[in-house]
Design a protein. Structure first.
Length: 201
């Protein structure tokens, strides 16, 4: 299975509520335990009304703003209206998501897990023709013997990792201490989330 096909399968699973069951090994990897003893995951964090409301307001607000592309030339910034990525960011990043729904998925991943990730699909000429959101639980960052960074992307069940070159992954980390891999609120605010979840039980 190609990486793009794998991402499409993952999207179908994420979009369909009745099929959102997460493989146990992936769920275990995403679970952090707070000082109160409460297990904190993406799913459990979003059950807290304050967390859900905050993530929703921030994500939907940013998602409504046009994502422009600029080229910096000296001190000037020139907007590139005809850049191949413009249509993908503002209209349709891939055939299965609107620009708005793609941005929501990216921003939710960014704040909860610390990384927004999308596989860049290219045509034979190397031009980007698709941006496929990837859940951070399926991605790990590595370096080969030559020191070149790449991403290992697993299938939705957490198996069969496929190498994706850094140039083919759109990745924005949140507060990355190493400059590469971000840490989201599930990890950084696990104690606060744990107390909040305990109060709402």
């Amino acid at each position: 299975m190609s990486v793009i096909s794998s991402i499409r399968q993952s999207l179908a699973t994420w979009i369909a509520p009745e099929a959102r069951a997460m493989p146990q090994q992936v769920a275990d990897a995403l679970t952090v335990r707070s000082s109160s003893g409460t297990s904190v995951t993406e799913a459990s964090a979003l059950t807290a009304s304050a967390v859900f409301a905050a993530i929703r307001v921030i994500s939907e607000t940013i998602a409504q703003i046009d994502w422009e592309i600029y080229q910096k030339t000296g001190e000037a910034e020139i907007e590139l209206d005809d850049h191949p990525l413009r249509r993908l960011l503002d209209e349709e990043p891939n055939p299965e998501m609107t620009a708005f729904s793609w941005r929501i998925a990216m921003l939710t991943s960014y704040y909860l897990h610390g990384n927004m990730l999308a596989e860049i699909e290219r045509n034979q000429g190397g031009q980007p023709v698709g941006l496929w959101w990837v859940h951070p639980s399926r991605v790990s960052v590595h370096r080969d013997p030559l020191g070149m960074m790449y991403y290992a992307v697993t299938s939705p069940d957490g198996l069969n990792p496929v190498r994706v070159e850094a140039a083919d992954m759109f990745h924005v980390p949140l507060l990355a201490s190493d400059g590469v891999t971000g840490r989201g609120l599930v990890q950084r605010a696990r104690n606060s989330f744990g107390l909040l979840l305990g109060m709402e039980e």
